[in-house]
Design a protein around this ligand. Structure first.
Ligand SMILES: Cc1ncc(COP(=O)(O)O)c(C=O)c1O
Length: 471
């Protein structure tokens, strides 16, 4: 509501900076315009007379008159002979409508969304310990801008970890700490685009293969063409990759996302042979290799050809996506370019978080957490297998060697989308594999069942509630 002043209002709060170099009239005009646009001076508000305002601001009356007449001609002010100058009605630009509050989603009996670890098991105590250690022990000099590749301490620890656990050919100078796989991939694609790569291939089905995915958008942003290469029971089809004309490929060899297939030894060699013959690069998405149930984890592909393979790892599955921490292990000639891309992007990840992760890894708490989580996920995996065997025995489950998702093969006549929609009505979150395909038409109906963030006790009731939809 407009205030009817009786005199000058100190609330007008217009400040003129005399030393700024900007003419006083321009300052006064801008200040008034902004006050009106923002609604601070509402429609109908009476302005002080030019004489009062001039006295208040210590400027000439002519300057204020010029300013008022400019804003009158722009429609911000109105004035009628014999009455005061006022703010014009409607001159205020209302702020954009606040985004509508999303309806809270109903509590599901079970949500089989994939890609999410057990968020309630995040080792809060260990992280608090590590963050405190990082904060108390960091040298003041290390709180400055640092090496864009990341903290030397974390890069040393990660290189040792990747050598020990992933049999990677890791050297701290070639480790670039990044904000998860998502940023790591962008940095690598930017680097390869600069190096002349014009086409990158993606697994189909694959993580980020659906047309709307960030992964494909990241490739498009570099100007690269994206090719889709089918995956079969042995992993990516290298003959089809060869035919695609790509000079780089993004793969998930340890546990294909989403089919769960482990790239066979023969295919690994064929893939590296393709890269060598075409002077091409492999980008290894090593997202959940820590969780393998039946056998020891397969080593990283990078260890077999460190000159052609980029490995990108992430703390999102082992700890939590919210940390936004990952790492790129780059081939020697390209590590500098990845680091330069990181420098341009954000100058490096937060040092204290990096030091906390280093402390977790170094202290053995990270390994201890992984051991604990392997047992948790193994229990959920067994519960899923048992629930399907009991309630939907005709449904085949594959891709269970590692990680925390599996693929359920529906009868050929089933409609993936109808099943997931009907399941949602019964308060069960099911997700179709079509979200991972470049072209969902004519693909067999399948579901990706994530069991990372669904409690073991919710699995059986969740499957029981939708069993008739699956069979
Ligand atoms: C196969 C795969 N790679 C990478 C990511 C992304 O990881 P980040 O959180 O590190 O960006 C995901 C996330 O679900 C994933 O499923």
């Amino acid at each position: 509501m407009a205030i009817q002043w009786s005199g000058l209002s100190p609330e007008l709060l217009l400040r003129l900076e005399r030393g700024s170099g900007q003419p006083l009239r321009a300052q006064l005009e801008t200040g008034l315009r902004e006050a009106i646009r923002s609604g601070r001076l509402p429609g109908g508000e009476r302005l002080p007379s030019s004489r009062e305002l001039a006295r208040e601001l210590g400027v000439s009356r002519g300057l204020v008159q010029d300013c008022y007449s400019q804003l009158l001609s722009e429609g911000y002010l109105t004035s009628q002979t014999g009455s005061a100058t006022r703010v014009a009605a409607g001159a205020h630009q209302p702020p954009p409508e606040p985004a509508r509050r999303r309806e809270p989603s109903p509590r599901l009996i079970a949500d089989f969304r994939s890609g999410v670890p057990d968020l309630s098991s995040f080792p809060r105590g260990d992280w608090v310990w590590a963050a405190r250690k990082a904060c108390t022990s960091v040298a003041s000099a290390d709180l400055d801008y640092g090496d864009a590749r990341g903290s030397r301490v974390l890069r040393d620890v990660l290189a040792g970890y990747l050598r020990r656990v992933r049999a990677a050919d890791a050297d701290p100078d070639r480790v670039i700490v990044c904000a998860g796989f998502a940023q790591g991939l962008v940095l690598v694609l930017q680097t390869l685009a600069q190096a002349g790569v014009r086409c990158a291939a993606f697994e189909d089905p694959g993580y980020g293969t659906a047309e709307t995915s960030e992964t494909l958008r990241a490739a498009a942003a570099t100007g690269m063409r994206a090719a889709h290469v089918p995956v079969d029971d042995l992993g990516i089809d290298v003959a089809a990759l060869e035919a695609s004309g790509a000079q780089a490929v993004v793969v998930t060899p340890a546990h294909q996302s989403p089919t769960g297939v482990v790239l066979t030894a023969r295919r690994r060699h064929a893939l590296l042979d393709w890269a060598a013959r075409h002077d091409a690069f492999v980008i290894e998405d090593d997202y959940d290799s820590e969780f393998r149930y039946d056998k020891e984890p397969v080593g990283a592909l990078q260890g077999l050809d460190p000159g052609r393979v980029f490995t990108i790892g992430t703390a999102s599955k082992a700890l939590a996506p919210a940390l936004r921490l990952g790492w790129v292990l780059a081939p020697p000639p390209l590590a500098g370019a990845v680091a330069a891309a990181k420098e341009i992007s954000d100058r490096g990840c937060a040092t204290l978080d990096q030091l906390a992760l280093a402390a977790l890894l170094e202290s053995g708490r990270y390994d201890r957490h992984l051991r604990r989580m392997r047992a948790v996920y193994a229990g959920r995996r067994a519960a899923l297998i048992a629930a399907l065997a009991q309630h939907a025995p005709g449904i085949k489950l594959t891709g269970l060697a590692a990680g925390f998702h599996a693929v359920a093969h529906l009868p050929a006549t089933a409609d993936e989308q109808a099943v997931t929609a009907a399941a949602r009505d019964r308060l069960v979150g099911l997700y179709g594999l079509c979200g991972y395909r470049a072209n969902a038409a004519a693909a067999p109906p399948q579901l990706v069942l994530g069991f990372g963030n669904v409690g073991e006790r919710a699995i059986e009731p969740g499957i029981a509630a939708v069993a008739d939809l699956l069979s």
